[in-house]
Design a protein around this ligand. Sequence first.
Ligand SMILES: [Zn+2]
Length: 311
Amino acid sequence: MNTAGDDAEKAASPPARSRTGPAGRWWRTGLPLVVTLLLVAGVVVVVAGVHGRSADSAARNTTGAGSGEGGRRSNNGLPDGVETVRDLPLLADGAAVPALGCELPEFSTEPRRLSEYYLAELDCLEKAWAPALAEVGIPFLKVNLRLDDEPETACGALPPSDEATGLYCHTDSTIYLPRARILDSLGEVEQAHLATVAHEYGHHVQRMAGVLDVVNAELADYEEAGPEDRALNRKVELQANCFAGMFLAAAGGNGSVSTATAEAAVADFENWVDSETHGSSATQLHWAEAGYAARDTSACDTWNGDLGSTD
Ligand SMILES: [Zn+2]
């Protein structure tokens, strides 16, 4: 795993009860400079705690989307037999994460210690998810982490800070949590950081499982920022909350993460705002709780569940 710089400012104001969150569109694949193929576009941000409105600057996929012959969608290079997210083994078959003990260092916003905390959580996330993915035959891929404040990403420039706190870039499999933004948004509230990293890693799970490929292909059919586009975005974000809830259930009560801390991290999803791209606070909490309760990906089928209102 890569970590980025240690030069960051120190933290942090107390967290506001409602946060503006992570930018919402980064998981959209961003291939910013590769114009020819315009494969997926943009990146959506995914970050934790906060979410953004459309942070897209991306190109949209124009390659093969659309309806193919016979009225069927062409599958845009997706694996045979996969036309929708629900055809993917992770959702079609379901996979559980085993209980495991995470040994996280004492939480601190001091730059080096914050980095160590995140890396320890990512190690634990990998230990939780690797067997679940193996169970359904999905190859594992390491994630990268960058905490520097002005990173260059394979998904293009960071959205403005009022639109994105953190994000996941599909193209370089990297979680970006620019330290100043994160501390400004999450302050020193450990469970908010715990939840945010778990959510971002949820996007990485979606990337490994093929969810983001399917979604990016499908997005090409829709008007950017139109109703279908926004609904699809919410399905992705809410599923990442559900995957985060699964992890928190697996880690809570074991190792250094107490049940109370895990439950507080789940509850923290109610503080996430940005209903436009992520759903209402109640809906965001609902899906985190669903994953926490079931600890199985079959409970995270946001393609067949209540997306709630965006109010
Ligand atoms: Zn997200």
